[in-house]
Design a protein around this ligand. Sequence first.
Ligand code: NAP
Ligand code: HSE
Length: 428
Amino acid sequence: MSSPLRLGIAGLGTVGAGVVKIVRQKAALLAERSGRPIEISTVSARSRGKDRGVNLGSYGWEDDPVALATRDDVDVFVELMGGEDGPAKAAVEAALSAGKDVVTANKALLAHHGQALAQLAEDKGAVLRFEAAVAGGIPVIKALTEGLAANDVTRVMGVMNGTCNYILTRMEDAGLSYDEAFAEADGLGYLEADPDLDVGGIDAGHKLSLLAAIAYGTQVDFGAVELEGIGRVSIEDIRQAGDMGYRIKLLGVSRLTGRGLEQSMAPCLVPATSPLGQLVGGTNMVVIEGDQVGQIVLRGAGAGEGPTASAVMGDVLDIARGTRLSTFGQPATSLKRATPAKATTPAAYYLRVGLMDKPGALAKIATVLGEAGVSINRMRQYDHAADTAPVLIVTHKTTRAALDEALAGMGATGVLSGDPVALRIEEV
Ligand code: NAP
Ligand code: HSE
């Protein structure tokens, strides 16, 4: 058997401890599958004395992850600290500069610095892999870079933040308010240290930007992702969308069109009976559409010790086997800079409008929609006791520009009793 592949692991939290457990508990399996033993030479974390539920006694220790990354007894640097800058970036750069292969689970780092790091890896003849950074245990990077490599990808979409899906599911199942469901997710330890990364859609936006780069052969452009979190999703919308046959999901959608690269991460409606509509709790789902393969649906655990460590180890085994793939599936120099485009692909929309309950109010709204060229597909007015009539409208496919014109027109009618809610309905 060949010489051992020696790992240096920086970060011994949820994911890092999971990786140590797999290396310790599955040594024989890993060696059989990769053709060489996988060993840990050195580890690093902030606090050396912390009990991590794993035996670290035989490994070397470095306080400084940058020093770890460049040690002679480290063949692969495994970055599991997190953070878009700081020690994670410094240590990954140091490892790549020293020609060492790197495996990371850090979507923030890759979303912000992916192009430069991929370029550095190639310049130094090193490999940079990040399967665990997107959708946890789902091998979606592998699917896109390898299994689907012969396809022109037409759309990538999905639910990529388990915390948001958990919150939306609990609002629907248990009738909890957003604040109550958020508190429950917090109590279960689901939220990132900065919860806005989850509920603001940022974490999921990072993941979408990485998938888009591979899918379309473009440079990662997280800054161009149109981002909206779930903070404004109300229990009324969840109930009334359900009544119309839909579920609300924090949905990422990317497409490369003639106008440029559309990347959007925002609450959307999907048919309740579709695979995305059926996705409940903290699970993730990624849907990929290719010109040859049609639609592929990948579903699984998007986070947690076992699933995320599984993805990290998949990358480590590839390196042990000698597989040397480019970070984004093609040489970094060949990745094009895409023109960012607003998501203007026509779609149906869900509108919830509170109308003053007086003669002609509904007619005014219908007229404004017609004048903007927005056609009504379905409409429902609910029985009501107060002076405000809740009206739901599902439009035919229209552009966002036409819808915005109609929303502005509605505001000028003087018959609204609050701001209308407009949510895109994604065809799946
Ligand atoms: P975590 O539990 O917070 O662990 C972070 C680890 O990094 C800790 O062991 C911490 O040390 C160490 N660390 C932080 N700053 C350090 C520094 N300056 N020097 C040395 N060590 C440092 O985080 P995690 O959940 O395992 O996540 C790790 C990475 O995986 C992140 O990029 C995250 O986005 C990604 N990820 C996580 C999941 C998940 O389910 N958790 C899923 C997908 C991707 P101490 O323990 O001593 O404080
Ligand atoms: N905060 C992320 C989520 C964890 O809720 O999906 C893994 O990226």
